[in-house]
Design a binder for this molecule. Sequence first.
Ligand SMILES: Cc1ncc(COP(=O)(O)O)c(C=O)c1O
Length: 354
Amino acid sequence: MDKTDYGRVAARQSELIGRTDLLKIESLSALTGSAIYVKCEHQNPGGSIKDRAALQLVEDAIARGDLKPGMTIVEGTAGNTGIGLAIVAKSLGFDLLVVMPNDQTPEKTRMIEMHGAQLKAVPPVPFKDPNHFYHTARRIAEENPNYWWANQFENTSNLKAHYLHTGPEIWQQTQGRVDILVSVSGTGGTIGGNSRYLKEQNPEIEVWLADPDGSGSYEFLRTGEFVSSGSSMTEGIGIMRLVENFKQAKIDYAINLPDQDLIAISRYVREQDGIVLGSSSALNVAAAFFAALHRAPGKTIVTFACDLGERSASKLYNANYLQERGLDPTPEPITDVMARYRKSGDRILQVTRS
Ligand SMILES: Cc1ncc(COP(=O)(O)O)c(C=O)c1O
């Protein structure tokens, strides 16, 4: 660690996005013999990895002349992109309207409102319904020339943020030694930009997608069709359609893990390492643990702490909620998880289509 690096001095919050630390999860690294790291994306000013996409989307739109002074940014989001955009909008002098499904944790809704953004909550409906948050945001922008739609799913400024910044940070922080990158996917910006950058540096790097129940991405990579089973408490990840950012990801392996595993992993890492992972981050770390157990020891594995558990407090860390979902709030012992994962090699999908 460089003891002479005392951090940045910035004139606006948006300048503090990115350049996050890499933290070794000592407990799981010791159990597997591989170094498992999380990139501390909760260190971004908005508390999540989505700050990066928010900044790039807005900067590129300003540069193209699509977003001009006095305009309002509008976006449909599960929450974290809304928080990131709220910070970027205020830093750069824009207003923001966030369209969000009303079943997301109140932790995120509150943050958006506290940042002074306008919030339009809509019912959670299937994508084909015109009232879906995505279509609602698009319609608002189409009907009002003073609104600019960020469109994080199809706008590839999203993956560009990771190609230009997150990927190079990981490469430099691991001194080029990263062997495996593990990532969940919502829009696919994270896995898209990082996989492309890192594979350009070293084509041998393995990229693993971690997919929750209720998402169709794993099945899409297996069969070409978006089919899902079950559901998940995770938010902001998993999707049932092919979007531009995900399309550009270079994925070698995919694994689907159930919510019950997130309870075991999040509690173990909390007790052993003092990190309270958000639900998508718990899936990332579970999948990184899984990958480590199916590769020879000595690997360097990097995944993301996309946000912290404070954003999942009412779900992943709420025993009543877990029981209502039919989940057991008592975590499975890590040795049992480990034995189960070791025996589950047949669940790894080798991807041939990206
Ligand atoms: C907590 C969390 N994790 C992961 C993701 C997925 O990131 P990406 O959209 O880059 O695939 C999101 C997206 O909103 C998120 O909110």
